[in-house]
Each structure stands twice: as C-alpha cells, then as structure tokens.
Ligand binder design. Structure first.
Ligand SMILES: [Cu+2]
Length: 155
C-alpha cells in the first residue's frame, strides 16, 4: 500500500484518541463532578504561627467524642509530634505548613494529603480500635525529611 494511506490512518487515529481524551475529561468534570480539591481555608504562611488556630497547635475536644487536632508542619517536624485520643473518637485534622510543601500520611487510615504553605488541609477520621498510628511526611522537604514523623495514640 501507499505511504499516503498510512499517513491518513495515523492522522485519523490521532484525532480519534485526542477526541476520546477530551470527551473523557469533559464527562468526568461535567457528568461525574470530578474536580481539583479546593483548600478549606487560606492562611499567610509568614504569620501562621501567630494566626489562630495554628498559634496553639494541639488537640481540642469540640464535642463529646469529637476532637480537632491542629498540626503545624515545619522543616523538619510536626507540632505537636504526638496526639492521644480515646477509642471511638472522631478527629478532624486541621493542618498547614509554615515553610515548604510537606506531606501527611496517617498509617492505618485513609488520611493522606499535601501540606501546602498558605492552604489549610482538613481531614476527618474515626479511631475505632486502640493502637498507634504513625504519621509521616511523604513529600521530600529537605535534608531532614526522614526525621519528620509523629504518631496518634488511641487509648
Ligand atoms: Cu518531608
């Protein structure tokens, strides 16, 4: 067959693949409602340590069995490093970074997110079993990255 025939076939295939991709993206946005996560709130990273609630990081009971854990990430530690909650607690984590992008992954839960300076990340989970959950930074943030961890103790 002629070379022109193959050129036409590949041109048509290229247009079909591009169109299929655009239709898939369009359908996921317009029909399935998929979207980029929006920040729960914004905060100025330069003054975050003086801005509530990050001026007083730690655990607060907001209702019986419901807690709010405010965590400020910095190179290269979490403040606070350890949180203790009773079994059955529902904990809403409110977190941000004071300097560079850090990560937060809480072992044994579905909580996993990026801590971006200026954006507040809010995630909630319930701890049904007693035990320890390690949380780690999973975004490379500098020479001390491997020392960035903490834990949630459910007692
Ligand atoms: Cu890190």
């Amino acid at each position: 067959m002629k070379v022109e025939f193959y050129e036409k076939v590949f041109l048509v295939l290229t247009v079909v693949v591009l169109a299929a991709g655009l239709i898939t993206i369009g359908a996921s946005v317009l029909v399935a409602g998929v979207h980029v996560p929006s920040p729960a709130a914004r905060v100025d990273p330069r003054t975050v340590a003086q801005t509530p609630p990050f001026d007083q990081p730690g655990l607060r009971e907001i209702a019986p069995g419901k807690y709010e854990a405010v965590i400020l990430a910095r190179a290269w530690f979490y403040d606070p490093k350890e949180i203790r909650v009773p079994v059955g607690s529902t904990v809403t984590f409110k977190m941000t970074s004071a300097d560079v992008v850090h990560g937060f992954e809480l072992e044994g839960t579905t909580l996993n997110g990026m801590l971006i300076p200026g954006q507040v990340l809010t995630m909630t989970t319930t701890f049904e079993e007693p035990g320890e959950h390690l949380f780690i930074c999973h975004e490379y943030c500098g020479v001390g990255h491997h020392t960035m961890f903490g834990r949630v103790v459910v007692e």
